[in-house]
Design a protein around this ligand. Structure first.
Ligand SMILES: Cc1cc2nc3c(=O)[nH]c(=O)nc-3n(C[C@H](O)[C@H](O)[C@H](O)COP(=O)(O)OP(=O)(O)OC[C@H]3O[C@@H](n4cnc5c(N)ncnc54)[C@H](O)[C@@H]3O)c2cc1C
Length: 466
């Protein structure tokens, strides 16, 4: 039997990063993955393919809607959807094989198959051919991720009633895509198909879209996407989803409780994701799971069994690739006795629509609930030279700073390139910067990042350009 210092179950961004960090720290490491390709949800059916399609559809949308204004005349712009999907698949294959390279480079042994606990130090791996082998591991890191959630009365047939996984590999552009859930995944994939010509209706139970983000972002994003033609039905409750061969009927109670029907050719169910622990036989290792299906851990991500850790989507917290990665690094370092730390308040959240949405730290609602006095500084993108040059004038940056100390407590931005710009603020907040600190730092001109400087100046009522 092969023996290891660490076995990692799951090769998503949590698992593969944990494995690499363990190997870097001199631990003999194995990684177990049940799918034929490495990279988990993120690389195969999540972050990477969705961004590939967002980028392709963005180019198309720009060509149709903006090129003429830029003085570029092209005769006929057409979508070759098959090629768009093929390019996305290529990006996924390249990225995933990059993980195989990294496993080899770091001398991590890969076991292909479903990992399940025999006991706290032994893991059975059942491969697709029906063979089982067992390895011994001093420590195990569970990184088995999550799967799409649904509503109890919805049957996902994966043909007409689909999850994000199928939405990333459709054979045709929907005529009318009904999206259940106005969260990040529903809005990103809704945007892809709207740009490609579909009618898109988003039905959201809560009174606003991206409900956990700052109110300003919900409002501004809904306004922008509405302008692009997406129809929103917030405060609407889905009660039934029925399918025929080519049609889906979604029955909904409107804000007054009156039933209405939506008919479309596809219905994307994007109501969140649930932790995935099927097949792990956690009971054999004494690992406890919460009522919500998450593996229970302490602040050091240690489970109820002391040599077993869990990270990423399968434990509490934001279901984000970069959160999973940080946890993977932290656990590897804890195993060798180091004292790493993650500030969960500073894990940024991004929506890759256009305009992009990005945020870090506290929302205004959270600050009010906590009784913290704060000052607000906002700056509209349209006041930036760079934004006008590229015709990306929608959005704003909002900075929330402590009323007494001026420390930045939260930043919420919507606009072109917000996904990349948020990094500046995360760094600043890691170093507990004040809005004055950022306001005094030179920002290259003309760039979108000047909106951050200006919003920080606005905290003190001295924005220059608005
Ligand atoms: C459409 C979509 C878009 C997204 N976009 C973003 C984004 O832009 N940015 C972002 O930060 N996050 C995004 N996410 C979320 C992100 O994909 C997840 O947060 C991230 O993948 C979680 O990483 P993980 O390592 O915890 O688990 P996963 O990536 O889910 O990986 C878990 C792996 O474990 C394997 N596994 C499970 N059980 C077993 C077992 N018993 N034995 C062996 N292997 C097993 C699975 O096959 C899988 O490969 C997106 C998700 C979706 C669905």
């Amino acid at each position: 039997m092969k023996t290891y210092d660490v076995a990692v179950i799951g090769s998503g961004p949590g698992g593969y990063v944990a494995a690499i960090r363990c190997a870097q720290l001199g631990l003999k490491t194995a990684i177990i993955e049940k799918y034929p390709t490495l990279g988990g949800t993120c690389l195969n059916v999540g972050c990477i393919p969705s961004k590939a399609l967002l980028d392709s559809s963005h180019h198309y949308h720009d060509a149709v809607n903006h090129f003429e204004k830029h003085g570029i005349d092209i005769k006929e712009v057409k979508v070759n959807f098959e090629q768009m999907i093929a390019r996305k698949d290529e990006v996924v294959t390249q990225t995933s094989s990059g993980i195989n390279f990294l496993m080899d480079k770091n001398k991590i042994d890969l076991f292909q198959g479903v990992g399940s606990f025999k006991d706290a130090t032994h893991i059975n791996i059942a491969n697709a051919e029906g063979n089982t082998e067992t390895l011994e591991a001093k420590h195990t890191i569970i990184a088995t991720g999550s799967k799409p959630a649904t509503l109890p009365f919805i049957k996902l047939d994966k043909k007409r009633v689909i999850t994000s996984t199928e939405a990333l590999s459709l054979k045709e552009i929907p005529k009318h895509l009904i999206v259940i859930g106005g969260g990040v995944i529903g809005l990103e994939l809704g945007s892809v198909y709207k740009r490609l010509g579909a009618d898109v209706s988003v039905i959201e139970y809560m009174p606003k879209i991206i409900p956990t983000m700052d109110e300003m972002l919900s409002k501004e994003l809904q306004k922008s996407l509405k302008k692009q033609g997406i129809k929103f039905y917030t405060g609407h409750k889905v009660t039934a989803v029925n399918t025929s061969v080519k049609e889906v009927t979604v029955t909904v109670d409107d804000k007054k409780g009156n039933p209405i029907e939506f008919k479309g050719d596809y219905c994307l169910v994007s109501v969140g994701r649930t932790p995935y622990t099927n097949g792990l036989a956690l009971e054999n290792a004494g690992v406890k799971v919460s009522e919500r299906g998450q593996i229970e851990t302490d602040n050091h991500l240690q489970t109820s069994t002391s040599n077993i850790y869990a990270i990423g989507d399968v434990v509490k917290g934001a279901m984000l690739a970069h959160k999973a990665e940080e946890e993977g690094t932290m656990v590897a370092e804890l195993i060798v006795g180091q004292k790493p730390h993650i500030d969960y308040n500073l894990i940024p959240g991004v929506v890759y629509t256009w305009p992009e949405v990005a945020a870090v730290g506290k929302t205004e609602t959270q600050l009010k609930e906590a009784g913290i006095d704060y000052k607000v500084g906002s700056f509209p993108m349209r006041a930036l030279g760079r934004a006008r040059a590229s015709m990306d004038i929608e959005g704003q940056v909002k900075v929330l700073a402590d009323a007494n100390t001026d420390e930045i407590l939260g930043v919420h931005m919507i606009g072109a390139r917000a996904a990349d710009m948020i990094a500046e603020v995360v760094v600043a907040m890691e170093f507990r910067a004040s809005s004055e600190d950022l306001a005094r730092i030179s920002h290259a001109h003309p760039t979108f990042t000047e909106a951050i400087k200006e919003a920080c100046l606005a905290v003190d009522g001295r924005s220059i350009h608005s």
